[in-house]
Design a binder for this molecule. Structure first.
Ligand code: F6R
Length: 247
């Protein structure tokens, strides 16, 4: 289903509310909430609202376990563009999550250790009973996580090559396209698909064309987000400009 919100702030608050109620219902049963998280501009307001709920309303993250979708490769965690730094600055440094419960693909691994790391990432998620909720943005290539065009529907966590358009879009963060890594470690389409609930958010006119393809376009590996059409557990949460090309 598609939900169109009057503005990104309203969408972000609605998503944060969903996350908070999942965390609280798990807490009430003495269970962990296993969340799949995204970086980028899109989810920032969700994280801001979660921090507010923690500070103002006492929402605790002590029972929360997180798995981030992706990280550039190679990438030092203390680099300005690292997703470790992004998550710390935009969420983790401001809540009471146990650091041991945070998982982000490791951009510092030697290349021959990546395959083993990826298998273990999948296993850690599985051993916890799978992701309760996965949050997604969407790239202009139709990527979810860094599953670029050509990704298989059953793909798992792995090292991938970034699409040229994705590197163009990241150029601003890196002070030029030449400095953007050519690779990344990402959860697969299959990893995402196994989540019990998936919320894909998109804000702004810039995303309208890819949202039309993702939601209404023909199923295709050329637009990995179209695979989400096959799931009954996906919700697209859009602002009006992002939804403006939908029929
Ligand atoms: C980030 C991620 C990417 C982004 C996408 C949109 O962890 O997996 O798929 O969600 O590139 O990025 P923004 O939100 O910056 O437009």
């Amino acid at each position: 289903p598609v939900t169109v919100c009057p503005n990104p702030a309203a969408g972000a608050v609605a998503v944060a509310k969903r996350i908070a109620s999942l965390i609280k219902s798990k807490q009430a049963n003495g269970e962990k909430a296993v969340l799949g998280l995204a970086t980028g501009v899109t989810p920032i307001a969700v994280y801001t609202e979660l921090i507010r709920l923690h500070k103002d309303e006492g929402l605790s993250f002590k029972n929360v376990i997180t798995f981030n979708l992706d990280e550039y490769y190679p990438m030092r965690p203390d680099a300005p563009q690292s997703y470790v730094r992004f998550m710390n600055e935009n969420l983790f440094d401001h809540i009471d999550i146990d650091r041991a419960n945070i998982h982000i693909p490791d951009g510092t691994l030697p290349e021959d250790k990546i395959a083993g790391f990826c298998i273990n990432y999948e296993k850690q998620i599985e051993d916890l009973g799978g992701l309760d909720l996965q949050i997604l943005g969407i790239g202009r290539t139709g990527h979810i996580g860094f599953n670029e065009p050509g990704s298989a529907p059953n793909s798992g966590t792995r090292l991938v090559t970034l699409d040229d358009l994705t590197r163009t879009d990241a150029a601003r963060d890196f002070g030029g396209k030449g400095a953007v890594p050519t690779k990344a470690i990402t959860m697969g389409v299959g990893t995402i698909f196994k989540a019990r609930e998936i919320i894909l958010m998109a804000w702004s006119k810039k995303k309208a064309t890819i949202i039309k393809k993702a939601v209404e376009g023909e199923l295709s590996g050329e637009v990995p987000a179209t695979y989400l059409q096959l799931s009954d557990n996906v919700e697209f949460i859009l602002d009006e400009p992002a939804a403006s090309e939908l029929t």
